[in-house]
Design a binder for this molecule. Sequence first.
Ligand SMILES: [Zn+2]
Length: 202
Amino acid sequence: MVNERSPRGGARGKLRAHFLANIGRVMDSEELREIAGGQSEWARRVRELRTEEGYLILTHNDRSDLKPGQYLLENPKPQPAFERAISKETRAFVLDRNGFTCQMCGAVAGEPHPYDPTRKTRLHIGHIIDKSKGGSDDPSNLRAICSVCNEGAQNATLIRPDLKHLLAQIRRATAADQLEALKWLISKFPKQTAEEIAAKNK
Ligand SMILES: [Zn+2]
């Protein structure tokens, strides 16, 4: 799919074709400038591929093993148009509601990804009920999903656990892990923690 603003020819088209022909290979700015025909605006064209066409071109801001000036496209599938059409307000609302945490794997925005520590967690907005199953673009049907889950690298069985299963998991964990979970919950809910302690000491 090519929209009107991205003709196949021109620097952007050449860069798009080059990225798609080199999935998974790290490229530097020299190479990309050359592909763009020596055009000084090549970096802007790369940015457009990302922001306007939704290609997840990674830089050192996304992965700690990339140096400044290095670019990498791992996934040929651009982000869906709906995500690019979401307003800044809706995006901020959904991310805030989800505590800037991936709702599938629990990765936190900006932190190293738990399943791939070389990658910084970058959050996207995804549907709770898929559009193909009648889900809407309303904020109530949107959630934060990290790029790893978004790319389907993690399998979809990582669904949110219900309370019964979550407590069962915690009870089976080691005391050390239970204490780690406790620390995490205290840092997430400091006010409620203080209230619980105060209520217990009455
Ligand atoms: Zn995730």
